[in-house]
Design a protein around this ligand. Structure first.
Ligand code: MEV
Length: 317
């Protein structure tokens, strides 16, 4: 039996979500410990099967909610004249779905890697990102490409849509406490709501997007200079702007407020919002773990702690 694997990981947007869709910069981190794995194996019968937490069965019968992946698989096979290939795909993921951790992008990246490994096709980093964005467009309408870029990167990245994609150095003491709010965030709806706001109130909304852009530039400096208190304040200010964009919720506001009383130097939602995850900048791992335990008592189902001193690693496809 012939088989191959592909892997990717969760992402956390430090700052710049939503404004990145409109050409402003954003900074995101790979969470290399929280992974999605895809295994592909040959099968003796003429079928293409998929096994995942949402669906098990023939790829052509995948539910509409998985249309992005179905489209991606057929596009790749068609391009390589492999539509008749017989195989079974198994997707395993530690990422919670619809929580702003880039679950759909991580699945797409792992799946593309698995398919290309299985067939022995060459894959450049640019092709990987272009393909991952095919399913991201199906799922989210107008993605900036940030989720796919971070799911495929081993380094923290600085991105300006269609213009810049570079690893950035982070020399920061302290760590991030990442908390699931327990509510599904629908990125496509959140992105659409910002677009509507921009159409109905262009002046005010553009001011918010500009402010988020300024805060992202400030965060880049603070990350490079280990200015942890400054970065905390930047996170708090970014949360205010995201709130005024209408992408926070009462529950997020409440939990974020609580996190600040538990030692967070600054907290904000991450990703599309309207639920999903929020991040807290913590001075050290002990404070982060204690705060995480308290936040669980307030209804946070899951937390992760991510150190912020990240050394640049070699990129792999
Ligand atoms: C979603 O993880 C991040 C958003 O900025 C959308 C995007 O960048 O495509 C809200």
């Amino acid at each position: 039996m012939h088989s191959a694997r592909g892997r990717s990981h969760a992402k956390i947007i430090l700052i710049g979500e939503h404004s990145v869709v409109y050409g402003k910069p954003a900074i995101a981190l790979p969470l290399s410990e929280v992974t999605t794995r895809v295994r592909i194996s040959s099968v003796p019968s003429p079928i293409q099967m998929i096994r995942s937490r949402y669906f098990e069965g023939a790829i052509r019968q995948m539910p509409h909610t998985m249309y992005g992946l179905q489209h991606l698989i057929s596009l790749i096979l068609n391009e390589h004249h492999a539509l008749d290939a017989q195989f079974e795909l198994t997707i395993k993921s530690d990422l919670p779905a619809e929580r702003g951790m880039g679950s759909s992008a991580a699945t797409a990246v792992a799946l593309i890697r698995a398919l290309y490994n299985y067939f022995g096709w060459k894959l450049s980093h640019t092709e990987l990102l272009q393909l991952a964005n095919v399913s991201e467009i199906d799922m989210h309408g107008t993605p900036s490409g940030l989720d796919a870029a971070t799911a495929a990167s081993t380094n923290p990245i600085w991105m300006v849509k269609d213009r810049e994609l570079t690893p950035i150095p982070i020399k920061m003491d302290g760590c991030l406490l990442i908390c699931d709010s327990g509510i599904k965030g629908r990125t496509s709806e959140a992105v659409a709501s910002v677009r509507t706001r921009l159409k109905n109130a262009p002046h005010e909304t553009n001011q918010v997007l500009d402010k988020l852009s300024e805060l992202t530039l400030a965060a880049k400096e603070q990350l490079a200079k280990n200015e942890i208190c400054g970065l905390g304040k930047t996170f708090d200010k970014a949360q205010e702007q995201l709130r005024s964009l209408g992408v926070s919720t009462q529950k997020l506001d409440h939990l974020i407020h609580a996190s600040r009383t538990l030692g967070s130097l600054g907290s904000k939602l991450t990703g599309g919002g309207r639920g999903g995850c929020f991040i807290c900048l913590m001075p050290d791992q002990i404070t982060a773990k204690k705060a995480g335990a308290q936040l669980k008592k307030l209804g946070v189902p899951q937390t992760w702690v991510q150190p912020l001193a990240l050394r640049a690693k070699e990129e792999v496809n």
